[in-house]
Design a protein around this ligand. Structure first.
Ligand SMILES: [Fe+2]
Length: 298
């Protein structure tokens, strides 16, 4: 039976309504999921009963897995599962996952473990639509730029209050990484161009800090236009997969002190390529323990 994708907005997001996670899919079914992800950028599934191992199994349909994170420890006993836990960090900054390494994950999977009685939604933005929204002159400018992304830049905006937050923040930057990426990335499967910036992008190569900030702010405003967003409300037993090559996301901190926990498993990605064919490169740090350096990935 073909997949049934119910669109959530015109530009991004779909709920897949008839997928059976109990059965191991054949290659055609995985290709169909991949095709839907290429189109919708975000696929959401309800009524999913997976544990950590099951989530790893599902993520591995799309390629080789990364370990949980370059610096933050995994869930105990599950080396490829990162706890996204409000007790340690709320991720309420626009970002693309782990862009401070040269080959960030190609996709992320998030599974609801503890949901909040209200709020706690995740916003996900279509960075391809944002690029197409740019006036031609800004598109041409963006095409020509490269940016340096680092884990030391502004990711954690709240001051650490609890010991758990302090420890998370210390671990997050315990090894410093810097990677240089094109500001416009060409999606290797679709050829679609997207703005590839977000919270880890600190400066633009060749520009001053203030020029970098001003320009990134202009581009970022296009990414976060309401028309480019889907707002996902979490319930128990849900899985969301998003294409980390061409999206950004933001976890809204609007649930007071209620605990919130998602488990994340990411699939390794290739080195991003700009419109000029030049690939990303690692400037500082070695993240090969996190993600293998792959030439090309499905
Ligand atoms: Fe994230």
């Amino acid at each position: 039976m073909p997949l049934s994708a119910r669109k959530l907005t015109s530009r991004i997001g779909a709920v897949i309504e008839n997928f059976d996670f109990e059965r191991e899919p054949d290659a055609d079914t995985v290709a169909e999921l991949r095709g839907a992800l290429n189109v919708h950028k975000v696929l959401a599934f309800d009524g999913v009963h997976l544990d950590d191992a099951g989530q790893e199994r599902v993520a591995s349909w799309f390629g080789r897995l990364t370990t949980a994170h370059p610096t933050v420890p995994s869930v105990e006993g599950a080396a490829r599962v990162l706890p996204v836990d409000s007790e340690t960090s709320k991720s309420n900054t626009w970002h693309t996952d782990v862009t401070f390494v040269a080959n960030p994950p190609q996709l992320s999977t998030l599974r609801s473990v503890v949901t909040t009685p209200y709020g706690g939604e995740t916003l996900i933005a279509n960075a391809g639509a944002a690029y197409r929204d740019l006036p031609e002159s800004l598109r041409n400018l963006a095409d020509s730029l490269r940016a340096v992304h680092t884990n030391k830049y502004d990711y954690v905006r709240r001051p650490a209050v609890t010991d758990a937050q302090r420890e998370h923040d210390r671990l997050f930057v315990s090894t410093v990484y810097e990677a240089e990426h094109p500001v416009v990335r060409v999606h290797p499967l679709t050829g679609e161009r997207g703005l590839f910036i977000g919270g880890f992008a600190g400066r633009i190569v060749g520009l001053s800090d203030s020029e970098s900030r001003a320009l990134l702010e202009i581009f970022q405003k296009y990414v976060t236009r309401p028309e480019n967003l889907v707002r996902w409300s979490w319930s128990p037993n849900q899985l969301v997969i998003f294409d980390n090559r061409i999206t950004q996301h933001y976890a809204i901190d609007n649930y007071d002190d209620h605990p919130r926990r998602l488990n994340r498993v990411t699939v390794a990605g290739e080195l991003p390529t700009g419109v000029d064919g030049v690939r990303s490169r690692q400037l500082v740090g070695d993240a090969t323990h996190y993600s293998p350096l792959l030439e090309a990935v499905a």
